[in-house]
Design a protein around this ligand. Structure first.
Ligand code: UDP
Length: 240
């Protein structure tokens, strides 16, 4: 219920690239701290927040494959990269006084819980942020697909996709084409038919088949996560 007092449960997909703070590689603690502050604010307001973070600031399997590596093995490297992002976010959430748990699809008991959906829901109900790491645990998938799947499994009301340096979905790349036009709303089918840069087709299809709305918005603009949670008209809304 986004109109009443209950702020609802949301899946927040964060760009791994954003975590690098413009360098494209590794983690910039200042950026992660800023994102943690924004998440902490909405959690204090009563929203239940689950998070999936990309891993493009460390490794992308498809890119390593082009350079001659085995695809599945490089995808596992990509998944392990996402876990470092999860730990960085957990650390800064803790500094903001917000409890969190990292759950990974690849078991690594010293740093994270295993992925246990019912337990994740219990954490959320207790006001803890749950951060899902290591993607789906399977090569050939993406963290976008992971975010959609986890959102469905924990019964989130929307998938909030925080992008790095773009404030929604455009008909062409706004960085390359100054005349690119932004969409306020789109249907899933249109995203797929026009191959618009929202998420990969597997993720979009999963959202379409289960009517999970996707809000694409600029992650690093101050206050945007709160606006997205409140259901304000920012970014681009993809739905039926
Ligand atoms: N990955 C995977 N399975 C998953 C999630 C991620 O194999 O379920 C790997 C894949 O190699 C991907 C990398 O982890 O390139 C980083 O994930 P992300 O979705 O962020 O890739 P990006 O969107 O940055 O290319």
């Amino acid at each position: 219920d986004r109109t009443g007092t209950k702020a609802g449960r949301f899946m927040l997909k964060l760009s791994g690239e954003a975590f690098s703070g413009g360098t494209g590689l590794g983690v910039d603690p200042d950026v992660v701290h800023a994102i943690a502050r924004e998440i902490a604010a909405v959690v204090r307001d009563g929203a239940q927040i689950a998070v999936v973070i990309g891993g493009g600031n460390f490794f992308r399997g498809a890119e390593l494959q082009v350079r001659g590596m085995d695809r599945a093995r490089s995808d596992y490297m990509g998944m392990l990269g996402t876990v470092m992002n999860c730990l960085a976010l957990q650390d800064f959430l803790e500094k903001e006084g917000i409890d969190s748990r990292v759950q990974t699809a690849i078991t690594m008991g010293q740093v994270a819980e295993p992925y246990i959906p019912l337990r994740a829901v219990r954490h959320l109900e207790k006001g803890r942020v749950v951060i899902f790491g290591a993607g789906m645990g399977m090569p050939y998938f993406s963290t976008d697909t992971t975010a959609a799947q986890r959102a469905l499994e924990i019964d989130a009301e929307a998938l909030l996709m925080g992008k790095n340096g773009v404030d929604g979905v455009y008909d062409s790349d706004p960085k390359a084409n100054p005349d690119a036009v932004k969409f306020d709303a789109l249907e899933y089918g249109e995203v797929l038919a026009r191959d618009l840069k929202v998420a990969d087709a597997t993720a979009i299809t999963l959202c379409r088949d289960n009517a999970l709305p996707i809000l694409v918005f600029e992650l690093l603009a101050a206050g945007n996560i709160a606006r997205a949670v409140r259901g304000e008209k920012i970014g681009t809304l993809v739905s039926d």
